[in-house]
Design a protein around this ligand. Sequence first.
Ligand code: ADP
Length: 492
Amino acid sequence: MRPLPIRLRLTLWYGAIFAAAAVLLSLSSWWMLRHILKVTEYNELQERAEDVQLLFQRLGPGASLESLRAVVDENYKIKDDGKYLQIADENGQWIYRSPRLAEWNVQLRLARELPSHGVLEEVYHGTRDVRTLAYPITVNGRSYSVQTGLSLSKSKVLLATFGAQLLLLTPAVLILAAIGGHIMSRKALAPVAAIATMARRINDRSLDVRLPIPATNDEVSHLSETLNQMLERIESGVRSMREFTANAAHELRTPISLIRTEVEVALSFPREADEYRESCEQVQLEATRMTSLIQSLLMLARIDAGTEETRFAPLDAAQLVLLIGSKWKNSMDHALLDFSVIAPNEPVWILADLHSMQRLLTILIDNAMRYTPSGGSVELRAVQQDGVAILSVRDTGIGIAPEHLPRIFDRFYRVDRTRDGTSGGSGLGLALAKWIAEKHNTTLIVESEAGRGTCFRFEIPVVNVQAQIGVRSLSIAGFSSTTNAQIIHGDS
Ligand code: ADP
């Protein structure tokens, strides 16, 4: 079954609670009135019994049964009140019996059988309904039982009228409660409706719009605030997605237009074989650059989608550094850089994803090579210190000015955009490197001085791996190495 709308539910709840309260109040008022009437009737009846007691006292201790009868007759027979009165002495002999009680043959218990506060009863006869009190009195050492009565017709009428009015009033109150509940729920939900109306207007082109926050500091204003915070996150996510797409398109446009121009120039008129070769080499260079750019873009896309996989396994950081170092040796020689790779002789086991670690070090070395002019030096180092492996790439290159340092890990950020056409950078390397470092629960620390050089380093805890596991030997993209080589030096 579909749940009822919240406004209807609020109205029903409000109505139900109000109805229960109204019924409870009506019942208790009716019961209280009945109780008050009964107490008043008792007091009245008790007073009458005590009046008889006073009358008997006035006659003194020697009063005979006959004198008592005479005085009661004299006082009560002609009075209307006497219609519900009967008095008996301690032996059960009647002193007075009003004609109506005698006719109805209402029995009266002996004084000694009655409790001190008397016995309250209701006597019905035909259409008449009488409340009686059989009350014991003691006069001059003798006990009497006095029964007085009151017609209940007045209180019955009073109670019935009161009940009828309550019965009439209760549904009216209920209807009023339902209407009130409906109006109140409408009022209470009005800010929610305003938020919903505003939220309906927000789409991917108007993500900067914010929902109204009522100045009530309640659940609704908190909801509005939370939704606004969510909108802010969505807006920034969509903005960075758009920027990413625009930047990616922009980055891909450069090598593609270079390839196009190169091919167009080559095809514009017949050329020598050497010239064609040169053009092909240029095209190959740009295609390689594009491939690496697309790889980075794909990796970032996988990172954003949360599908980039990392498999952590024990890894010898010393050997990894030596292997990567040997891979870069030729390129460094070619760039006329003094390249040194320093690693301890014994294994330094860390828990890492081999593929990601290779990528991280490759990004850092590639940057060091590209941003260090010929004649400079680059150092790749792994050391074990206080239970952690510290891996670093240091160069004596152009360095990074302090104002750029906080932004170099941003996607597509490049310090000098003008020279990147030639350096082959896309501004994605350090963003990937940072993500890889974070995946390994570490931080990529950069120290740099413009014109003097840069050092990137990160620390990973060393793990205890037993030598017999036999994972010491690594094979990375066709390279294999032994740990004997401790330092590789590239000639500058
Ligand atoms: P890019 O592909 O442009 O090198 P990165 O994200 O790897 O992109 O680096 C971002 C920017 O940081 C680079 O454009 C460069 O200006 C600066 N940078 C990175 N590494 C170095 C370095 N070793 N020396 C000087 N500048 C560097």
